[in-house]
Design a protein around this ligand. Sequence first.
Ligand code: SF4
Length: 365
Amino acid sequence: MAELIDPWASFSLDYDKLVNHFGIGKISDILKDIENPQKLMKRGVIFGHREFDEINKLINQNKDFAVVTGMMPSGQMHIGHKMVVDQLLWYQEKGAMLSLPIADLESYAARGMSFEKAKEIAVDEYLTNWIALGLDLERDNVNVYLQSQNPELQKLAFRASNKTNFSQLKSIYGFTPSTNIAHIQSPLMQVADILLPQTEEFGGPKKVVVPVGIDQDPHIRLTRDIAHKLNEELGFLTPASTYHRFLTGLSGDKMSSSKPNTAIYLNDDSKVAAKKVKSAKTGGRESLKEQQELGGEVDQCVVYELLLYHLMDDEKELEKIRNSCLNGTLRCGDCKALASELMEKFFDELKDKQIEAREIAKTLI
Ligand code: SF4
């Protein structure tokens, strides 16, 4: 029997095992067909997909498709979240409609967050930084909304709930008879979020892609099943998805908004962000002598991950660092100093853009 992935709990790092368990396709198998692939696809950070080949065909034919990615406003936005924004930038360049739900109903159900506070966090943390990172959220084909203020979404969630039952939700999420009903409802809101771009209001049925971490796959599987069942009634198509690796936290655990020692927050000061890089766990050996003899453990290194995911665009430079780490000629101190300098520069540029971005963000919801 396939194991459960609980989207509200911790996560597994065995990506290959999960791909095999859940029948997810490998991005590496279709990479050659993608024109100018997104950096994270080339680097294997986006490792899996369901039906992304269909989306790729639409991109190549200049046809309509939509991208959905939600945010649950529960805390500060950290640098790991930037990964999704980088993907959205790529899709926006390819002409996609962007549908960006703010899951305030989910944060109410899962975290007890008031709607007012959720809206404040969505504006200050998420929308401001999404704009500062380069997304144009004022385009006509961008839809940003709060779940609690979208009657169409609620209607769609109700229709979706008519196509599932407790047994199915229990088998996907592991719900028990004592699970709170709001908690049971929240995946159905997410199903509706993913299906919303296919409604008449947005031009009718179309292919949608959802870029997510593997922990969100239960929602994708449920949505695909319900979309299939709604096909006859509403003509909906099954949504596609891509799966990316998580950015490891500074201490070596998952990066989490609620654990300050694991995360670099996008609202951190640039000097603080640079200092945090220096505190990150590396794949360095116990002693310099050992490092020179054995080389560093580059794939266990948080500093290298920061370079790979966010700080270094130049493939050759990155490869040089990887090789010098592996052959023991690069010292962790020098490597950290470089990453820290790049992080400070990135944050200095981000700070300049955040002020104007915040003003735009306030007008969106
Ligand atoms: Fe990490 Fe750099 Fe040390 Fe290698 S040299 S383990 S990449 S910090």
